[in-house]
Design a protein around this ligand. Structure first.
Ligand code: HPA
Ligand code: ZN
Length: 325
């Protein structure tokens, strides 16, 4: 049987992690008090109780207001460093972390403030052997013009950002809406990924747009391709990575989607296991591996395959990959 020690000891890369989704009730309350921000709760218990949702929309309604406590460069640094220390304990060696510039810019925080705090945490994580990188996400429920502006704003910090992503509410916000900033970003040398799927009505159509028209380098979620053999063949032929988040799926869709995840893996798709928003969805990456292993009776060999997939589909150099695989 699979032990916790085995899962934590398995070297892993985490490829689907929202930094703002690592805001634990303790840090949220501490920063609220330090910065004089009214979050509507004054005890850890009440903050914890406010972490309550059963859909992507109801989650986002807790997630965005929570960010108000993040004000200074050091607040962003602390948030990221606390996550990176937990990642270390979970056996993470390499991580590519999402952050949401527009969620901070729209409340008056300068780009420089969050990028410098997050970047400093990445630099400091090297001291405890976690190789940390940043992926800048556009909010798909904001106008494309805003995404173009964010890409422009990021230019002075180009070397601090590994790739771009797309998150937030997918409904009525298809990948094609962002064709322009994605092609601009690719021409600036960014790697590209985007969220597509999570039981939206147009799931397969969105996945097709992301893969065939935007031509992303990786796909976040996307497990519904299992219903479409052509798409499975496409990602296999391109060796394209899919980042799955079982505990998050459980909250958002009432189904960890473990059957689909395992079936894709058995068909050779490079699926990885990730934590998405660990402070909000009940666990870090080892908890995700453990929940999946328990519920679907996975073998050690299957877990090793997920971990191997995570390094193989990461955006580190082939040379660096050799040291992990
Ligand atoms: N889905 C979509 N957007 C998000 C998420 C998520 O799980 N977390 C943060 N932004
Ligand atoms: Zn996500």
């Amino acid at each position: 049987t699979i032990t916790r020690e085995f899962i934590e000891g398995l070297p892993k890369a985490e490829l689907h992690l929202h930094l703002e989704g690592t805001l634990e009730p303790e840090l949220k309350l501490k920063l609220a008090q330090k910065n004089g921000v009214d979050i509507g709760q004054t005890t850890i218990e009440d903050v914890r109780k406010s972490y309550d949702y059963d859909s992507l929309a109801s989650f986002l309604a807790v997630y965005y207001p929570g960010m108000n406590v993040l004000q200074t460069e050091d607040d962003f640094y602390q948030l990221a460093l606390e996550y990176l220390k937990k990642a270390k304990l979970n056996g993470v060696r390499h991580v590519e972390m999402f952050f949401d510039p527009q969620a901070h810019l729209t409340r008056g925080i300068a780009f420089e403030t969050f990028i410098k705090g997050y970047h400093r945490a990445c630099v400091d994580a090297a001291a405890f052997n976690v190789d940390a990188h940043l992926i800048m996400c556009f909010l798909r429920d904001m106008p494309v013009k805003s995404a173009n502006e964010v890409l422009e704003m990021a230019k002075p910090y180009r070397d601090m950002i590994l790739g771009i992503g797309l998150d937030s509410d997918e409904h009525h916000n298809p990948p094609l809406k962002f064709a322009r900033p994605y092609s601009d970003a690719a021409s600036q040398g960014y790697h590209t990924t985007m969220h597509a799927d999570i039981d939206q009505v147009d799931s397969i159509e969105h996945i097709k747009q992301a893969l065939e028209i935007i031509e992303v380098d990786r796909l976040d979620h996307g497990t519904n391709i299992v219903e479409n053999q052509d798409l499975v063949d496409w990602v296999n032929q391109k060796q394209l990575g899919l980042t799955s988040c079982p505990l998050s799926n459980g909250f958002v869709t009432n189904d960890m989607k473990g059957k689909k995840i395992v079936e894709l893996m058995e068909q050779g798709v490079k699926v990885s296991i990730n934590s998405d928003d660990p402070a909000y969805f009940g666990g870090y990456i080892a908890d995700n591996y453990e929940a999946l292993a328990k519920k679907y009776n996975l073998t050690a060999a299957q877990l090793v395959t997920f971990a191997k997939n995570s390094f193989e589909t990461s955006w580190i150099s082939d040379f660096q990959k050799e040291t992990y695989l």
